[in-house]
Write a protein that binds this ligand. Structure first.
Ligand code: AVI
Length: 337
C-alpha cells in the first residue's frame, strides 16, 4: 500500500522559502521525496535538463521573447577585446574554464576574436553532458582548428584542473545561470569558484538585470508555449524515472515576476484535486485544486547587489559591460588575495 507523505524527519527539512535549485548534489529520488512532501511543494530546476528538456531549452533560447541569450551574445561580440584586456591585464596565457559550456557557440565566437589579437588560449569547456561536450569539440574542430580544446566532463568542482604556472585561469559562468540559485546558493557557489582560483585569476559572469517587468515576464511565458512544455517536462521525467503517474494535462505552467525582489518564478499549478503516486518511491502525494509546485527562480540583478555579492565571496568587481537596449551585464570579477 502506498504511503502518503510519511517521510523521516531528516527528509522533511526544507523551510518554506527553501531554494528550488540546489547546488548541492542530491539524488532525484531524495529531492523529489523532500520537495513534494514540503509546503509549498517544490522541485529543483536542475532536473529540467534531461535530453528532451535540453532540446526544449535550446528552443527557448531562440524564442523572440527570451532575450537573455541574444543580448549576452551581442555583448560578447561587441566587447570581445575589451573583455580580454579586463580579464587578463598582464597579457598572460589563458586557461579558459567554462562552467556549463553547453554547445559553447558563444564562447567559440569569443575565442575567435581573442585568437585574432594573438591571445595564447587553452579552452576547457566543463559540462555534465558528455554529448554536449562532444558536439562542442566537433564544432570547435570545424570552426576554429587553431584553438586547443580540452573538455572536462562531470561536476565542475571535482573536475577543476590544477592551475598551470604560466597560465592565468579565467572562469566563465554565463547565461545568467547564477540567477537560478537562491542568494545563499549563489554565495556558496561563488565562494567555491574563488577557492579554486589563485589571487589575480578572473571570473566572467553573465547576469540578467532588472528591467521592465513585462519584458521579464514575457521571457518566461512565451505565447508559443515552449517554456510551458519545458516546465511540464519535469513531470514527464518523474513519470519515467520514478514510475510516477502525473497526468500532464492536470497541471499548467504559471510564471510570475516580482519587480520588488527582481525574481521571476515558475510553477506548475494543479488544475484539480488529485493524488500522484510513485512506484519507485512507494509514496503518494496529494494536490489541492490550484496548489502549485515551485520549480524555478530566475534572479534579476542590480549592480550594487552584484558588487556586494562578489565582494562577500572573495572577488573584486573589476569591470562591467552592460547592454544599452536591454539591461544585461557581463561582469569581470578578479579573485582577491
Ligand atoms: C538556464 N537559466 C538561466 C534559464 C533562466 O532564464 O532562468 C532557464 C529558463 N527557464 C525558463 N526559461 C529559461
Amino acid at each position: 500500500m502506498s504511503k502518503q507523505h510519511r517521510l523521516p524527519a531528516a527528509a522533511r527539512a526544507p523551510a518554506p522559502d527553501a531554494p528550488p535549485a540546489d547546488t548541492a548534489e542530491g539524488t532525484l529520488a531524495g529531492d523529489v521525496l523532500r520537495g513534494l512532501g514540503a509546503t509549498p511543494k517544490r522541485l529543483s530546476s536542475k532536473y529540467f535538463y534531461d535530453a528532451r528538456g535540453s532540446r526544449l531549452f535550446e528552443r527557448i533560447m531562440r524564442l523572440p521573447s527570451y532575450y537573455p541569450t541574444r543580448v549576452e551574445a551581442r555583448l560578447l561580440r561587441r566587447h570581445a577585446r575589451a573583455l580580454l584586456a579586463a580579464l587578463t591585464p598582464t597579457g598572460a596565457a589563458v586557461e579558459l574554464l567554462e562552467l556549463g559550456s553547453g554547445d559553447g557557440r558563444k564562447t567559440l565566437a569569443l575565442c575567435r576574436e581573442w585568437l585574432k589579437v594573438g591571445a595564447s588560449l587553452s579552452y576547457r569547456p566543463m559540462d555534465i553532458s558528455a554529448q554536449a561536450l562532444e558536439r562542442l569539440g566537433q564544432r570547435a574542430a570545424r570552426q576554429l582548428p587553431a584553438l586547443a580544446v580540452h573538455p572536462l566532463c562531470g561536476d565542475y568542482f571535482r573536475t577543476w584542473p590544477l592551475p598551470q604556472a604560466r597560465r592565468q585561469q579565467v572562469a566563465l559562468f554565463l547565461g545568467s545561470n547564477l540567477g537560478n540559485f537562491t542568494d545563499a546558493e549563489a554565495h556558496r557557489f561563488l565562494r567555491r569558484v574563488r577557492a579554486h582560483l589563485r589571487a589575480g585569476d578572473s571570473l566572467l559572469l553573465g547576469l540578467d538585470l532588472r528591467k521592465d517587468p513585462h519584458t521579464v515576464l514575457a521571457a518566461y511565458d512565451d505565447p508559443e508555449g515552449v517554456t510551458a512544455a519545458f516546465n511540464l517536462n519535469l513531470l514527464r521525467r518523474l513519470n519515467r524515472e520514478l514510475g510516477m503517474d502525473f497526468d500532464l494535462a492536470g497541471f499548467r505552467h504559471y510564471a510570475s515576476y516580482c519587480p520588488l525582489q527582481g525574481v521571476a518564478r515558475s510553477f506548475l499549478a494543479s488544475l484539480r484535486a488529485q493524488t500522484v503516486h510513485s512506484r519507485v518511491l512507494g509514496e503518494s502525494f496529494g494536490f489541492e485544486r490550484g496548489e502549485v509546485i515551485y520549480t524555478e527562480q530566475s534572479q534579476k540583478y542590480e549592480r550594487a547587489g552584484v558588487d556586494a555579492m562578489v565582494s562577500a565571496c572573495g572577488f573584486a568587481l573589476h569591470a562591467w559591460f552592460e547592454d544599452p537596449e536591454l539591461p544585461y551585464a557581463l561582469v569581470v570579477c578578479r579573485a582577491r588575495g
